[in-house]
Design a protein around this ligand. Structure first.
Ligand code: NAP
Ligand code: GCO
Length: 264
């Protein structure tokens, strides 16, 4: 019986995938049969990523590339096409957050977040789509956020970028659906990675960080997510199982968006 979730013979590029969510998604793709390519901004993180993939028995290729640099991205995609082949699956995962109250945030800091979290997915998708069209198919998965739907104190730039990324997803799906390209998003809930580590740091007296306790109370599942919670949804959106799914944001949040939160 054919496996509609198989990624056998596919080449997947996951940005910023040396660790964290990107790594978990790339690992799941490899387990489903894909060839893995990833990038990171610094050689030391690429080397760290390569060692982790090797330890997991995955023969990944890593490239140093800043996803906000259009020229560097163009060169990386050309190099991948030459050394590995045309990319079938692009995951725009690389991202940053700055937690600063809006009125204390400089315009430069705001722009930096927009640059990595919104402009870069545009640059990456633009670099991959022409070859996907020639190949006759393509899957683009944008890693969105709860902040594609919600706001909260200190994350104005991040919410603006992730809300914009939801709309960029819609537009890519609209503009290239006819060329058999599906562009969807994953909206992770609160996932335990280095990005959210400051929100989980225990207090001096050993008690939970108040934000940590808040997230547990706000999540029907009663826990933070793990990067591996995103594996199945990502494989689904990368595989033939989702060939008629276009512009869907799949929220993988343990139910946060459904819930007003537990009464204290
Ligand atoms: P993370 O642990 O901070 O990892 C992000 C990765 O992106 C790092 O490898 C980082 O590299 C890389 N990166 C940052 N800027 C880059 C650039 N300009 N060019 C290339 N790579 C760059 O984050 P994560 O928690 O795994 O998050 C991954 C994605 O999921 C992000 O888009 C994030 O916004 C999103 N997300 C996270 C959560 C969560 O709760 N953790 C929830 C929803 C959405 P360096 O280490 O070298 O900086
Ligand atoms: C924050 C968090 C988030 C999460 C995630 C939620 O400070 O509120 O870092 O924004 O990382 O994106 O989906």
């Amino acid at each position: 019986m054919s496996n509609m979730f198989s990624l056998e013979g596919k080449i997947a590029l996951v940005t910023g995938a040396s660790y964290g969510i990107g790594y978990a998604i790339a690992k799941a793709f490899a387990e489903a049969g894909a060839t893995i390519v990833f990038n990171d901004i610094k050689q030391e993180f690429v080397d760290k990523g390569l060692a982790s993939y090797k330890a997991d028995g995955i023969n990944a290729r890593g490239y140093v590339c800043d996803v906000t640099d259009e020229e560097a991205v163009g060169k990386m995609i050309a190099q991948i096409e030459e050394e590995v082949g045309v990319i079938d699956i692009l995951v725009n995962n690389a991202g940053i957050i700055k937690r600063i109250p809006m009125c204390e945030m400089s315009a430069a800091e705001f722009r930096q977040v927009i640059d990595v979290d919104l402009n870069a997915p545009f640059i990456m998708a633009k670099a991959c789509i022409p070859s996907m069209i020639k190949k006759g198919h393509g899957k683009i998965i944008n890693i969105c956020s709860m902040m594609s739907e919600l706001g909260r104190e200190t994350v104005s730039a991040y919410a603006a970028a992730k809300g914009g990324l939801k709309m960029l997803t819609k537009n890519i799906a609209s503009e290239y659906g006819e060329q058999n390209i599906q562009c969807n998003g994953i909206g992770p809930g609160y996932i335990a990675t280095p990005q959210t580590a400051p929100l989980r740091e225990p207090q001096a007296d050993g008690s939970r960080h108040p934000f940590d306790a808040f997230i547990i109370a706000k999540t029907p599942a009663g826990r933070w997510g793990n990067p591996e919670d995103l594996s199945g949804p990502a494989v689904f959106l990368a595989s033939d199982a989702s060939n008629f799914v276009n512009d869907h944001i799949l929220y993988v949040d343990g139910g946060i968006l459904a819930y007003i939160g537990k009464q204290p």
